[in-house]
Design a protein around this ligand. Structure first.
Ligand SMILES: Cc1cc2nc3c(=O)[nH]c(=O)nc-3n(C[C@H](O)[C@H](O)[C@H](O)COP(=O)(O)OP(=O)(O)OC[C@H]3O[C@@H](n4cnc5c(N)ncnc54)[C@H](O)[C@@H]3O)c2cc1C
Length: 485
């Protein structure tokens, strides 16, 4: 039985980081906003299906100019003030690869209050299953949820589902690589009980065991030995390192004993917790390849295989890594985390060339300094870490700058009253905008754009003609659009 739920200025589908930002920005701009999310927890891959290894990162360009402001920065500052984030982490040997670590679970708590204060309505445990269209014009969506089905009408609909689910329902054009080339999927887990002093003693005395070549050297002009020298001089605690990949001889030993799965490299990130506590977070310890997570058979296989790999990884760390003997599991993420599926085609497709040239656009809605190029592959003889962000493929914005993200990447080709934000925005494959700071930036911009369109009675495409008002609103909401390289 289909019920009528209501009419909104802006409907945001999907409550991950892009959806939360879109809803927040739209509601703050005065639009009657509804955020629809499949599960009860907001935050998506930020905290539900996987706390990130680094979050936030790349808020700066290589010249150390901050290029991300707005909601991302507001949340970081708020969490830092409340003791749920670590101070900014800049290390020479990481180049522009800086970290602003936050506790993802506290992020997952705070967002409800922020959305409530902004006046945003929530519809949780609701799956968007259909898009209502009149010709090319999107009019609303149909959701399935406990109790039945509802029709929700909206002046503008934003797809923030990460995989472009609602765009496909709307009939949008999408692009996706063959599944054997898609980045692998992961179930992340977190552990407590590490003896960090013991681990750091091992780390500092076995720097040759770690893979600095693939991790850091590409971001700096230093070679691996120079990176090691910098570490010897500057590192005093695990927070100074934050990301550890390699364990080369332990990996080899475990491989011979059949105690490592070899679907990913060996390593971990950190997760800040209350009172300055640090946990070890494993987000690359399972990697299931040849999976298209828009295919139910594949995603089911990924869930099963990733957990089997995680069990092997947990046992490996406990047995082989000094300081990890007493670890215990504090969290196994409830579902697989998807790195890559579809990109939705928009009025402009951001290219690797745009990134490499640090291109600026008239319709800028935000910036990114993240290099283009695929980030994760299954391990090969070339890369122990399974990380492909290396000098061969990564293209960094020139002169240590950043590229603009144009508004047209959010306006879905061939459809009216419909925007996309987050991981699925319109890019070519190498410049896939899937990193958290990018999803914050495009989410906030989509929310602002939708609110303006609803208020003025124009379509997002008509807004392309005059983006000034959008840019002014974004600047008012503290987004960074100008004044950096
Ligand atoms: C293993 C892994 C590690 C990563 N590590 C990092 C990292 O260290 N740093 C970093 O910056 N980025 C990292 N990323 C990337 C980043 O986490 C994601 O790309 C980003 O969180 C995506 O945000 P999003 O809002 O676009 O989508 P999501 O966070 O995926 O949110 C989409 C939301 O939409 C909901 N949804 C889906 N379909 C529907 C529907 N039909 N109806 C209603 N709701 C729906 C989902 O439940 C979800 O909440 C990592 C990704 C992976 C997979």
């Amino acid at each position: 039985m289909l019920g009528y739920y209501g009419l909104y200025d802006v409907i945001v589908c999907g409550g991950g980081t892009s959806g939360v930002c879109a809803a927040l920005a739209s509601a703050r701009a005065g639009a009657k906003t509804l955020l629809i999310e499949r599960v009860g927890q907001l935050g998506g891959q930020m905290n539900f299906s996987g706390p990130p290894g680094f979050s936030f990162a790349w808020l700066y360009n290589a010249r150390h100019e901050r290029i991300v402001g707005g909601i991302a920065w507001e949340i970081y500052e708020m969490m830092l003030k409340d003791g749920h984030a670590l101070p900014e982490h800049h290390q020479n040997w990481r180049g522009p690869y800086q970290f602003n670590y936050i506790d993802p679970d506290w992020f997952g708590m705070y967002i409800y209050q922020l959305l409530y204060e902004a006046g945003c309505e929530l519809m949780l445990h609701s799956l968007v299953t259909e898009v209502i269209r009149d010709g090319d014009t999107v009019k609303g969506v149909i959701c399935e949820h406990p109790g039945g089905k509802s029709m929700v009408l909206g002046k503008v609909v934003i797809d923030c589902t990460g995989e472009g689910e609602v765009s496909v329902q709307a009939g949008a054009e999408t692009d996706k690589l063959p599944k054997e080339q898609l980045e692998p999927a992961t179930v992340a887990f977190t552990c407590d009980g590490v003896d960090w002093d013991k681990f750091m003693d091992y780390f500092m005395n076995h720097l040759e065991e770690f893979d600095f070549d693939h991790l850091y050297a590409p971001y700096t002009n230093m070679n691996e030995e120079e990176v090691r020298e910098e570490i010897r001089k500057n590192v005093t605690c695990i927070e100074d390192v934050s990301e550890v990949m390699g364990f080369i001889s332990l990996h080899d030993k475990a491989m011979k004993a059949g105690e490592w799965h070899n679907c990913s490299g060996v390593g971990f990130f950190i997760m800040p917790r209350e009172g300055g506590r640090i946990q070890a977070h494993f987000q690359h310890s399972s990697q299931v390849g040849n999976v298209d997570c828009t295919d139910v058979r594949d995603i089911t296989r990924a869930e099963v295989e990733a957990r089997a790999q995680d069990e092997i990884a947990f046992k490996f760390f406990k047995k082989y890594v000094p300081g990890f003997e007493n670890i215990y599991l504090t969290r196994l993420c409830p579902e697989v985390r998807i790195r890559e599926t579809r990109r939705v085609m928009g009025d402009y497709i951001l290219t690797a060339e745009d990134v490499a040239e640090a291109r600026k656009f008239e319709d800028v809605i935000g910036k990114s300094s993240f290099p283009s190029g695929p980030k994760h592959v299954l391990p090969s003889s070339e890369s122990l870490t399974g990380t492909l962000t290396n000098a061969n493929v990564a293209r960094h914005p020139k002169d240590g700058g950043s590229n603009d993200i144009p508004y047209r990447c959010l306006v879905v080709k061939g459809l009216e009253n419909f925007l996309v934000a987050g991981k699925a925005i319109s890019t070519d494959r190498p410049s896939h905008n899937r990193f958290l700071q990018q999803t914050f930036v495009t989410g906030q911009a989509a929310g602002c754009a939708a609110a303006i369109c609803a208020k003025k009675g124009i379509t997002p495409r008509q807004l392309e003609e005059n983006v000034k008002e959008l840019q002014e609103l974004l600047v008012k909401q503290n987004a960074i659009l100008y004044g950096t390289h």
